[in-house]
Write a protein that binds this ligand. Structure first.
Ligand SMILES: Nc1ncnc2c1ncn2[C@@H]1O[C@H](COP(=O)(O)OP(=O)(O)OP(=O)(O)O)[C@@H](O)[C@H]1O
Ligand SMILES: [Mg+2]
Length: 267
């Protein structure tokens, strides 16, 4: 599992703040505190981290967590190279050495033994013990651990232990308000504001079905997809079906209900 380094000084990707999340992120970074972002899929968590890493001028290492991820995938391992064994840092170790931001996406998917590795890094010790090499690395200035998860997927087996959770500052991020979401969709797709606003209205109606007919509301990501297709010339109904309806459900009755909402918004 490799992290993705982002060059320092790169122009910050566009991120429209929903509230004070950028300020809180910067304060967490300035005070060497870890941060947990909670929110539904496609609401802007990854974009916020990329934006802030660029603004703060720190390299970014992103790790997508899953239940096969081992502590060695994060920390590093000995590799055989031409008959010799050489140590190779994992993305977390690299971030700790370089004072980078390490972003653990979907951290609840990680096994408990992996999250425990984070404990000495996420309290005031700020150290990463590397058992294999006997090193104990102190985090370089600028190092920050950011984790995210989607509470909607949460089940009894997949929650963070309180001892892990209570090491992070937390921000809840939901879908942007309609005016903000329209601005995001226009900026990301180039679609005109009137049609972008209509797509956002439809998204609002679809999200009202969250927890009833739909497990998750339609994401800002999907609204941007629909807008991008329409801006490139695809007929509106086709784009909306492919980007905002089909990805939400496989149930024929639910799908018909969603199409009624489309008709209500676009008539
Ligand atoms: N506040 C925002 N500013 C700019 N773009 C945004 C914002 N919120 C969402 N987007 C758009 O939505 C897309 C999806 O956002 P992002 O990938 O950050 O979601 P996410 O919360 O990380 O989702 P997941 O949990 O599925 O990884 C982005 O590529 C971007 O186009
Ligand atoms: Mg993401």
């Amino acid at each position: 599992m490799d992290g993705t380094p982002v060059r320092e000084g790169a122009e910050a990707p566009f991120y429209l703040p929903q509230g004070d999340e950028c300020t809180l992120f910067a304060a967490a970074h300035a005070n060497a505190l870890p941060l947990l972002l909670k929110g539904p899929t496609g609401c802007g968590k990854t974009r916020l981290v990329a934006h802030m890493a660029a603004r703060l001028g720190r390299p970014l290492y992103t790790v997508a967590c899953h239940d096969d991820l081992s502590a060695a995938d994060l920390i590093g391992r000995y590799l055989l190279k031409g008959g010799e064994t050489v140590w190779a840092d994992g993305p977390l170790t690299r971030a700790v050495r370089e004072g980078a931001i390490c972003y653990l996406d979907e951290v609840v998917e990680a096994r408990k033994d992996v999250t425990v590795v984070l404990h000495p890094l996420t309290d005031d010790r700020r150290i990463l013990p590397i058992d294999r090499t006997g090193e104990e690395l102190a985090a370089a200035p600028g190092f920050m651990l950011v984790a995210s998860y989607n509470p909607g997927y949460q089940n009894i087996l997949k929650t963070l232990k309180p001892s892990t959770r209570q090491r992070f500052l937390s921000i809840e991020i939901d879908f942007p308000k309609p005016g903000q979401e329209t601005e995001i969709v226009v900026a990301e797709s180039g679609l005109d504001p009137a049609r972008a606003a209509a797509l956002v209205r439809l998204a609002g109606k679809l999200r009202a079905l969250r927890g009833q007919d739909l497990e998750e509301g339609v994401s800002t990501r999907l609204v941007v997809y629909a807008a991008t297709l329409i801006a490139r010339g695809m007929p509106l109904e086709r784009a909306v079906l492919a980007a905002m309806i089909e990805p939400l459900t496989d149930d024929e009755d639910v799908r018909r209900g969603l199409l009624d909402l489309v008709a209500a918004v676009f008539g």
